[in-house]
Design a protein around this ligand. Structure first.
Ligand code: ZN
Length: 468
């Protein structure tokens, strides 16, 4: 195996480690934090006054589900640009309802809400686990935030037998409220439904969730079910993501959209800092912003439509001797909105515009839309084309067919809010929003390489643009 081949496989394997530990946005943020701390980044608190100077590396989180990390160039001064990659941490999933307890026909079931635009039929007949966060009251009456990942096949949404629904191969229909309800246990066998009072749930949770469920969460956290104040749990495929295909060409895994971009952006940033003088000579701040709630429109305190990105740029651009430092930084910055792209599908090639059919394994895809569903312009794409060209990294182009609706990303939202020149791009994949998606093994290495080259070279490329 050549060194290039081994770094391709090594990147894919490390990505799988990251994504398999990230069944929820909270876990994706936690895993990113660990990697940033290992790389010498320190955590900032939004509620405190910051002291940030050239050469510093920091990150902060909001709602434990959004994270912004940045490394300050050695030559940075307020008014200089930001080299940003924006991604999202959330994926379509089933989430436990505030009151989830259902007992029906001898089964214990769990009520779920649908989060985002999933391909929900792919959630049937899967072994599902449960992960997310729990707020508990500790022995000092403080409220503690804990992550939980119950890594066992705990739940299942079963299909009905073909004998009871003969036409389901012609048309598989289901009701999102009444037939997409996971089964947790048999009511009669659930000894954990009885309790001796010692571990009975707190007032907040009593009657809302099955004791069996609360006890499983409490056991995992090493606390008592009565300490649980509230929880925010999502379901996820129990089967870990894996490399597959005859020649190991593919990654089969849930949440590629958009933890693939999130991981590659983070890794690209960390790799760009490895050369000892790379950050020293940098006039910009290199930044990765990973937001929650993209799949539901980004409108939340931790979403890309919030003021978070602006507040951070303002704080880092503050200069008491230059009132326009923030406005000066905007036009010199670039936001790369990294979100997964649609590769051409062998069985559905007509779904793609004839001359824009990205291959799974031929590089990151630049996305264009005349109606601004993607924020790319000829200027922002030219910058990335030059960066990719000089680093010999392949890239591809995508535009949606005129007779089909185009999806969108955080790119147009952030570029509208901030006025920052923006480029939409992403790695190609199949089965987007299925519980189990598919991309190429090589796409991880290709995206990391492009993002590293972007962080290392954007400020130099910007300097090469004739401005008038
Ligand atoms: Zn996405």
């Amino acid at each position: 195996m050549s060194s290039k081949e081994s770094s391709v496989v090594g990147s894919a394997k490390d990505f799988l480690k990251f994504i398999n530990k990230s069944p929820s946005p909270f876990h994706a943020v936690e895993e990113s934090k660990k990697r940033l701390l290992e790389a010498g980044f320190k955590e900032l608190n939004e509620a405190e006054k910051w002291s940030v100077k050239p050469g510093d590396k920091f990150f902060l989180t909001r709602n434990h589900s959004t994270l912004v990390a940045f490394a300050v160039g050695g030559k940075f001064q307020p008014g200089n640009g930001f080299s940003i990659i924006g991604t999202h941490t959330d994926s379509p999933c089933l989430k436990i309802k505030p009151t989830s307890k259902i007992v029906k026909n001898g089964y214990l079931q769990v009520g779920v809400q649908l989060y985002g635009g999933g391909i929900w039929h792919t959630w049937f007949d899967r072994d599902l686990k449960l992960a997310g966060r729990v707020l508990i009251r500790n022995s000092k009456s403080q409220i503690e935030h804990k992550l939980v990942d119950i890594d066992k096949p705990l739940l299942r949404v079963s299909t009905v037998a073909i004998h009871l629904s003969r036409d389901q191969n012609e048309k598989f229909e289901f009701n999102k409220e009444t037939t997409l309800v996971p089964i947790l246990a048999m009511a009669t066998n659930s000894s954990s439904e009885k309790n001796d009072g010692r571990d009975s749930p707190s007032k907040q949770t009593v009657d809302k969730h099955h004791n069996a469920l609360l006890n499983a969460v409490a056991n995992k956290l090493g606390c008592s079910a009565k300490d649980i104040i509230d929880l925010e749990l999502c379901l996820a495929d129990y089967v870990p993501g894996t490399i597959g295909g005859l020649n190991d060409d593919f990654i089969f895994c849930g949440r590629l959209d958009n933890l693939h971009s999130t991981y590659c952006a983070l890794q690209g940033l960390l790799d760009s800092l490895k050369a000892s003088d790379s950050l020293e000579k940098e006039p910009n701040i290199r930044m990765v912003s990973m937001f929650d709630n993209e799949e539901v429109g980004s409108e939340s305190a931790q979403g890309a439509a919030s003021a978070l990105q602006e507040h951070i740029l303002r704080r880092l651009s503050y200069d008491d001797s230059n009132a326009s430092a923030f406005e000066q930084c905007i036009c010199q910055s670039l936001l790369v909105s990294a979100d997964m792209a649609h590769a051409v599908h062998p069985n559905f090639s007509e779904k793609h515009e004839e001359h824009h059919r990205p291959f799974l394994n031929k590089g990151v895809v630049l996305k264009f839309n005349a109606n601004q569903k993607y924020a790319s312009t000829a200027i922002t794409s030219s910058i990335m084309r030059e960066i990719a060209h000089e680093a010999s990294i392949p890239i591809q182009d995508f535009v949606m067919r005129n007779d089909m609706a185009c999806g969108s990303t955080i790119g147009p939202i952030l570029s509208t809010r901030l006025g920052i020149p923006t480029l939409d791009l992403g790695s190609p994949q199949l089965s987007m929003h299925s519980i189990r998606e598919m991309c190429s093994t090589s796409s991880v290495h290709l995206a990391i390489s492009l993002f590293k080259a972007y962080f290392e070279n954007y400020s130099k490329m910007y300097a090469r643009i004739i401005k008038n």
